[in-house]
Design a protein around this ligand. Structure first.
Ligand code: NAX
Ligand code: ADP
Ligand code: K
Length: 468
């Protein structure tokens, strides 16, 4: 798990080092990592550094000083002024100053551009000359190493404005919101998180990693049986949308549910012809999934209320989201996409997209449930205000039916006894990781059938019977 820091939190961690360890030179440590990554990206050839007026430019200049020892380096001082000691160090090492026109001209035979215009102090957007340079880098497919973040983004937001398109971003101590929230994250390229010795405190925003999902996955052991692994009841699908029932079954079964019971309105013959291990009808269960593919139904409220009355933790998806029972929904998981979250809040989808964190936190706080906001970035909020982002995946999963599979996966994990927030993070992550390992237009059910091998690889359980 990685803590996500806002620019203010990062600056506070920096101040703490300045106060307690005045001997530590953070800028040199940062510059060393920028130079190292630049050499990794392209070990030889000309480097152009776009240098801004602040400390981001300072990092770039000290990196230039290290690189100029063994390769040609050009410096474009965008504002005509720059970090004084950094500039002296770079020039002494052999870096050469150029103006804007020469910098753009030099792109034709340049190996790497270092974007050291602005970082944590970045206001959204770029001045025209820098925007032209950034566009030329993109048009000529030059590798761009951004220092801290692609200049033009706001460190604390997932929104985009005119910015560099980095192929690599070297950031310090921890990711900031712009590195992990789409669409900004896509401007950062590959993220390198450099440890520069800052003390990172726990924050209420973090991002899960593959290793977390592997470590949390509920693998069966010798003492397991179908009940101990968790029984999930799926009240999903309808006569109009029978496919949703099949998709949620696929999700729950391929995530490893001990038993899947089906109590929805889709024809039981259809379910059994695809998934013969599903048990039709009600019975003992540890969790339920409600709403996927219900369509307009007049008894939604009573079906959701039923789960509350029976104290059954529920994954509430799609049409069931608008029939939440009264009272706190402790242990429940709501799985809206941005449009559904907007309807729950009585605001526009555009507002949810602009303020995803505030919106997902609000619904979790008021309902008492964990809330998984689905989309290009998947956020899971808890009533305490803590938000965990799922592991990022490719956009191949952005298609009808992925959400129905996801609800089934989350139901299986809830039934296995995981807390609702973790079931949400793990469900969204395992779908994303599987899509990342199987790129292509697989249908949601085909992709779910590949989940078991992803899970097996992640948990890496060797056979205990060794060959003779
Ligand atoms: N805070 C920390 O812990 C560390 C910070 N370091 C570096 O310091 C950076 C932050 O430095 P600063 O606070 O000096 O801020 P920046 O260097 O990011 O930018 C500030 C300067 O850029 C100008 N500027 C900002 N946005 C602009 C825009 N859109 N158009 C035109 N000009 C714009 C501002 O007016 C100001 O002069 C970090 O990103 C990082 O690179 C590192 O040296 C290591 C540690
Ligand atoms: N750009 C994207 N990149 C990655 N995953 C996405 C993207 N957009 C949507 N998804 C995923 O696709 C699924 C869509 O869910 P949902 O809208 O409920 O679909 P449906 O109701 O048709 O099943 C979710 O799992 C979501 O996280
Ligand atoms: K930058």
């Amino acid at each position: 798990m990685r803590q996500i820091l806002t620019s203010a939190q990062l600056r506070a961690a920096e101040r703490h080092i300045f106060d307690t360890r005045p001997d530590v030179d953070l800028m040199s440590l940062a510059a060393r990592e920028v130079a190292r990554v630049t050499d990794l990206v392209e070990p030889t050839g000309k480097v152009i550094v776009a240098v801004g007026p602040g400390n981001n430019g300072g990092d770039g200049l000290f990196a230039a000083a290290l690189l100029a020892e063994h390769r040609p380096v050009l410096l474009w001082l965008v504002n005509g002024r720059a970090h004084e000691e950094g500039l002296i160090a770079a020039v002494v090492a052999g870096a050469q100053e150029v103006d804007a026109v020469s910098a753009i001209g030099a792109l034709a035979d340049c190996a790497v551009v270092i974007d050291a215009f602005t970082g944590l102090g970045s206001r959204p957007g770029l001045p025209p000359q820098v925007a032209t340079f950034a566009a030329a880098c993109e048009a000529q497919a030059v590798q761009v190493v951004a220092v801290d973040l692609p200049s033009g983004l706001d460190a604390d937001l997932g929104r985009v404005s005119t910015s560099f398109q980095a192929t690599h971003t070297v950031t310090f101590a921890a990711p900031k919101p712009c590195h992990v929230q789409q669409p900004a994250a896509a401007r950062c390229g590959r993220i390198h998180i450099a440890d520069i010795g800052l003390d990172i405190q726990e924050t209420n925003q973090r991002i899960a990693e593959e290793a977390d999902i592997a470590g949390w996955w509920p693998s069966p052991d010798e003492g397991s049986d179908k009940y101990s692994r968790g029984v999930v009841t799926l009240d999903t699908g309808s006569e109009s949308y029978p496919g949703a029932a099949l998709l949620s079954c696929a999700g729950a079964l391929h995530a490893g549910a001990g038993m899947v019971r089906y109590t929805g309105r889709a024809p039981s013959g259809l379910i059994l012809s695809r998934f013969p291990s599903v048990v039709i009808g009600d019975g003992r269960a540890e969790a339920t999934v409600l709403g996927s593919g219900w369509g307009d139904t007049d008894n939604a409220a009573s079906r959701v209320e039923w789960a509350k009355l029976h104290n059954l933790p529920a994954v509430v998806d799609a049409d069931a989201l608008y029939s939440l029972p009264r009272g706190r929904l402790d242990g429940w998981l709501l799985t809206p996409h941005a449009g559904e979250l907007a309807r729950l809040l009585g605001c526009t989808r555009a507002h949810v997209e602009a303020e995803p964190l505030a919106c997902v936190r609000e619904v979790s706080r008021t309902s008492g449930a964990a809330v998984l906001l689905k989309g290009a970035t998947q956020y899971v909020a808890e009533p305490s205000g803590r938000v965990t982002l799922a592991v990022r995946g490719p956009a191949w999963t952005a298609r009808a039916g992925s959400g129905d599979v996801l609800a089934g996966i989350c139901g299986a994990l809830l039934a296995a006894g995981l807390p609702a927030w973790k079931a949400g993070v793990m469900g969204a992550s395992i779908q994303a990781i599987t899509a990342g390992r199987n790129p292509g237009p697989y249908t949601p059910d085909e992709l779910s059938a590949r989940m078991p091998s992803t899970i097996a690889e992640l948990v890496g359980q060797p056979s205990s019977v060794s060959p003779t």
